[in-house]
Ligand binder design. Structure first.
Ligand SMILES: C[S@@+](CC[C@H](N)C(=O)[O-])C[C@H]1O[C@@H](n2cnc3c(N)ncnc32)[C@H](O)[C@@H]1O
Length: 201
């Protein structure tokens, strides 16, 4: 489980992503993303980062905020820009092109398993978040129960084509704790973990 996708793959994926992801997630696509948005307070006028925004699902939901979407794939960004408002920035999540503390909130859905160094990406999200800012991350994570391990293996093989690196939930929580200035909370939805927290003022 240690190979991440070649970024060129997302060029192929972009046109079919919205339909493909909905099929792969068996009806959970909207429900899970709404869970993510429900965990933190996002209000009109806030400056919000969506890291690895893909085709811009969250951008469609967050119409009233000052939203910045970043992604490493220009094809994903083109599709997102077509569908929704916001600033769309081509950027590698390991080196976000923003100054420290410039966002009021940061979100990311189903991207951690695609990046080479999840702790570095989380560190970048923490860095660009201002004091009192909230962060929510959602993704498929490693499993401990046998039945869930089998399910993850099926997902890894047939959906991810064995190119994904999964963090475990404790790794995500530890990253928040290591950052030291976050209150961390979490919830599991089958294979998916949702971790959120608020940066102390
Ligand atoms: C599975 S999609 C998720 C998209 C969207 N967040 C969603 O919930 O539908 C993963 C996204 O991560 C992007 N990505 C992969 N590696 C990245 C990196 N190093 N930096 C930024 N984006 C990356 C891909 O281009 C793709 O759009």
């Amino acid at each position: 489980m240690e190979k991440v996708k070649n970024h060129g793959f997302f060029k192929f994926l972009a046109p079919i992503y919205d339909i493909g992801a909905r099929i792969a997630m068996m009806g959970q696509y909207d429900r899970l993303r709404n869970q993510l948005l429900g965990k933190i307070e996002i209000k009109k006028g806030m400056r919000v980062l969506d890291m690895a925004s893909g085709t811009g699902y969250l951008a469609e939901q967050l119409g009233m905020v000052d939203l910045v979407c970043t992604d490493i794939s220009i094809e994903m960004i083109r599709r997102a820009r077509h569908k929704s408002k916001g600033d769309f920035v081509l950027a590698d999540a390991h080196r976000l092109p923003f100054k420290d503390g410039v966002f009021d909130a940061a979100v990311s859905s189903f991207a951690m398993h695609e990046v080479a160094q999840p702790p570095d990406v989380l560190g970048e999200m923490f860095r660009v978040l201002g004091p009192g800012g909230e962060i929510a991350i959602m993704d498929v994570v490693r499993q401990t129960r046998f039945s869930k391990k089998v399910l993850l293996e099926i997902f890894h093989t047939f959906v991810e084509m064995r190119t994904a690196t999964y963090v475990d939930i404790s790794g995500l929580k530890d990253a928040f704790s290591a950052a030291d200035r976050f209150n961390v909370q979490w919830e599991m939805f089958d294979l998916v973990a949702l971790v959120w927290g608020k940066k102390r003022d």
